[in-house]
Write a protein that binds this ligand. Structure first.
Ligand code: SF4
Length: 795
């Protein structure tokens, strides 16, 4: 049962909104009643009902339509005047790696509405704003729907699939070992196929374009637990949660899953959430307590808490022994922790006392805590704190993020994918990346300083549904299908600690000539003379299922066979064929709670298995501020609106007010009231932020909840292209990142603890004013027809 909860607007419970209550009319045109999901029947939805009556006014309204409304209405306009049957089709949201199961209302094979599946493995009926907006991705007027190739004029021109594949494959075949594949697919079968592709054509292992903190979390778990796994936090069954960094109600891993878990935690005030995060995020705003820790000191904070717990007399002997083997040095004392982290000693002491008293305490690590140069050490310190609390592998604690291994099954013997640093490395070494194959990723937008490095790339091949910043630079663009158009096989983010493989058939027909990215990989390999044994992605997945069945059968009760599935999953299937059909018909394979397990080895060890020390964040020096210049700590954050930037091309999300600043349609910088007063900055003023590598200009929003000395800027804006709603809108804060700062040991950029200067420039000109929700109708009335912020009205 989905609990009711309010405040965190990133996820919506699966209640049927008013506009989707149906007035169902039977085929005889007489009977009425509520339509049943999944059953085709003749209906007139409420919206369609009004549409009939509104038809007469359409011609008048066409004349004063705003450009962004065209996209919102296009699915409706494309349907027939009298709609046909409403059919709900099962699908999987692939807008992020969470893998929420959804239902899509289709009419005449056009998708109209997305809702969460009540029985969804991860989401249990919820969908976030980004998930809802997948419709606008599908029907976006600026989709790439045909292959393109850069012609002699220097412009991209439409070509046939054969021509595009031939150009791309010739470049790959000419320099296979100088080919770099960048795959944006989350861990799972599709990433496995790209690994296989790279190995088959003779290229080095692909670069996996993924959230930075996912890479850091796995490395931290390898150090603390001895297993490289993304931890699964059992938030719902804990009774006291200290969240060090992860803004899980905003945009982190699965906001839908964690939103529901948080509601369960806090229902009837059963449990408590303390958010320890530099920025006042939506999660911090909804927490019972918020400790605005100094950015970059989260690991130090975890060690300080451990010191207080060790002195509390409430720690078991076994846990103490393991912890002290990990950290032979004494933890920092209370005064040092308070000083370094910028939190009152009383509050830290109080937090440690409450943690020690809790029955099922849990400490989570993520987000900004893992994004500084010391991110791995900070993540490991938090996981070690869970060891000290006895929270590893117990209800309400930390579990291993397990999966069924379908990525490896499709990859075969191909090597594991590499972190983003490998791309910079290869581009930097002249001649090592003469060919770049980028699939569903936009490194030119997400990584600082890559423009110059891209000059070293010869042929760039982009597999993309849009002209994002990378596709714009490409020599060949291969159009790919979006979520709802394609066969799906997804291993969801293991937030529950239970493995799953989710499968769904296409919901609607693909637009134009777009193909499945997996099919593109297979076609490219074949064109390059290195054909793989499958004709399409679906066949590859079914073949992997078939192999898994055979391995499980052969293993019998030998659970030690690494390629075998749990025997219970194949029970009742007579042969591989029947197993594959049964699995695809059932929508995949889902594990049980019994399959949850603790990470492999709570005590890490050296080669002999003895516990050994891990990097101590308390021993790392705090970064010094540049002398003589007042500087601020920049906190780039992912908002629930645009995420990492993927959502920037959808008006629904651009128009969604940010839950805290209420800004719409653009970027902003959050400045503390105390700092703003001192610097003479007012809300709406245009300010300049100057980093070591670049400077950006954007409007300021003055908020009393910002930690003085820091400024927050959302990522995801400032695309050079990416369609008419994203082009040039907002600023790209990634430009401020220092391309030479990395999270030690993880191969991802460090975007935490970056120092910037801020200066007020001017009151905003009309087109520069931030659009702030709730300013009143006056501001809305001022928006001219066809106007969009920051582009002077030229949509
Ligand atoms: S959390 Fe991710 S998968 Fe789930 S609905 Fe939102 S975008 Fe889609």
């Amino acid at each position: 049962m989905w609990p009711t909860w309010a405040g965190a607007s990133s996820a919506t419970a699966r209640t049927r909104p008013v506009t989707t209550v149906w007035l169902a009319i039977g085929e005889d045109g007489m009977s009425s009643g509520n339509g049943k999901r999944g059953e085709p029947r003749v209906t007139i939805g409420r919206r369609d009902f009004f549409k009939v009556y509104a038809a007469a006014g359409v011609a008048v309204l066409q004349g004063c339509r705003r450009r962004d409304q065209e996209l919102i209405e296009s699915p409706v306009r494309r349907s027939t005047a009298l709609p046909g049957a409403s059919v709900w089709r099962r699908s999987i949201c692939e807008q992020c790696g969470a893998g929420c199961e959804i239902e899509v209302r289709t009419v005449d094979r056009l998708a109209k509405k997305i809702e969460g599946q009540p029985a969804g493995f991860v989401n249990a009926g919820g969908v976030c704003a980004l998930g809802h907006s997948a419709l606008q991705e599908l029907y976006h007027p600026d989709r790439v729907t045909e292959p393109m190739r850069r012609g002699s004029s220097g412009e991209l021109e439409p070509v046939s699939w054969e021509e595009a594949l031939e150009t791309a494959a010739t470049a790959i075949a000419a320099a296979p070992d100088a080919t770099t594949v960048v795959a944006g697919a989350p861990s799972g079968p599709l990433l496995g196929l790209w690994r296989r592709f790279a190995a088959t054509v003779g290229a080095p292992p692909p670069v996996h374009w993924q959230p930075a903190d996912a890479v850091v979390a796995r490395e931290a778990a390898r150090l603390a637990f001895g297993e490289s796994t993304r931890p699964a936090y059992d938030l719902a069954r804990s009774d006291y949660v200290v969240s060090l960094g992860p803004p899980f109600l905003d945009r982190w891993r699965s906001p839908v899953h964690f939103g529901a878990a948080w509601a369960e935690l806090t229902a009837d005030r059963r449990g408590k959430l303390v958010q320890v995060e530099a920025r006042h995020s939506l999660t911090a705003a909804n927490a019972d307590d918020w400790l605005p820790v100094r950015p970059g000191s989260e690991g130090f904070f975890a060690r300080g808490l451990a010191g207080l717990l060790l002195g509390s007399g409430r720690v078991g002997e076994e846990e103490r022994t393991v912890y002290e083997a990990l950290y032979p040095e004494a933890p920092p004392d209370l005064a040092a922790t308070a000083e370094r982290c910028g939190i009152d000693a009383d509050r830290i002491e109080w937090l440690a006392a409450e943690l020690a008293r809790a029955r099922r305490p849990l400490v989570m690590a993520g987000g900004s805590a893992l994004e500084s140069e010391n991110g791995v050490a900070a993540g490991a310190a938090v996981l070690a704190l869970n060891l000290l609390l006895g929270a590893v592998g117990r209800e309400g604690g930390v579990f291993a993020g397990v999966d069924f291994g379908f990525e490896d099954r499709l990859a075969g013997d191909a090597a594991a994918a590499l972190p983003p640093a490998a791309l910079v490395d290869r581009l930097a070494r002249d001649g090592e990346s003469r060919v770049l194959v980028v699939s569903e990723a936009d490194p030119l937008h997400g990584m600082p300083g890559l423009e110059a490095a891209f000059e070293h790339a010869g042929t760039v091949i982009a597999c993309s549904a849009f002209f994002d910043d990378t596709a714009l630079r490409a020599d060949v663009v291969l159009p790919v299908q979006t979520d709802l158009e394609r066969f799906q096989a997804v291993e969801p983010d293991p937030v529950r600690g239970v493995p799953a493989l989710l499968i769904a058939s296409p919901t609607v027909a693909p637009r134009g000539e777009a193909r499945h990215p997996g099919d593109v990989a297979l076609a490219l390999a074949a064109a390059a003379g290195s054909a793989l044994p499958w004709s399409g992605f679906q066949e590859a997945v079914e073949s992997a299922l078939s192999d898994a069945f055979a391995a499980t059968r052969a293993a019998g009760d030998e659970a030690s066979d690494p390629v075998a599935l749990p025997a219970s999953l194949i029970a009742g299937a007579l042969n591989a064929r029947q197993f594959v059909r049964r699995t695809t018909d059932a929508g995949g394979l889902v594990g049980t709670e019994e399959m949850r397990r603790a990470p492999a080895a709570p005590a890490l060890g050296d080669a002999d298995g003895a516990p050994g020390p891990i990097p101590d964040p308390a021993s790392l020096p705090a970064p010094a501020a540049p002398a003589g210049v007042e500087s601020f700590t920049l906190i780039p954050f992912e908002s629930l609106k645009l995420g990492d930037g993927r959502g920037a091309n959808r008006p629904w999300l651009q128009e969604l007010p940010d839950p805290l600043s209420t800004v719409m349609w653009g970027s902003w910088v959050e400045v503390a009231t105390a700092d703003a007063d001192r610097l003479g900055i007012h809300t709406g003023d245009i300010v300049r932020l100057t980093g070591t590598a670049a400077e950006i200009e954007l409007p300021a929003i003055v908020l009393p909840t910002v930690r003085p000395g820091s400024v927050g800027v959302p990522v995801g804006g400032g695309h050079a292209e990416y369609g008419r709603y994203a082009r040039g809108r907002g600023v790209n804060v990634n430009a401020l990142l220092d391309p030479d700062r990395w999270v030690a040991g993880a191969g991802v950029f460090a975007r935490g603890e970056l120092r910037v200067r801020i200066e007020r420039l001017r009151r905003p000109r009309r087109a520069e004013r931030p659009v702030i929700y709730g300013r009143g109708l006056r501001q809305a009335e001022e928006i001219p027809v066809g106007w969009a912020p920051h582009d002077g009205g030229k949509a």
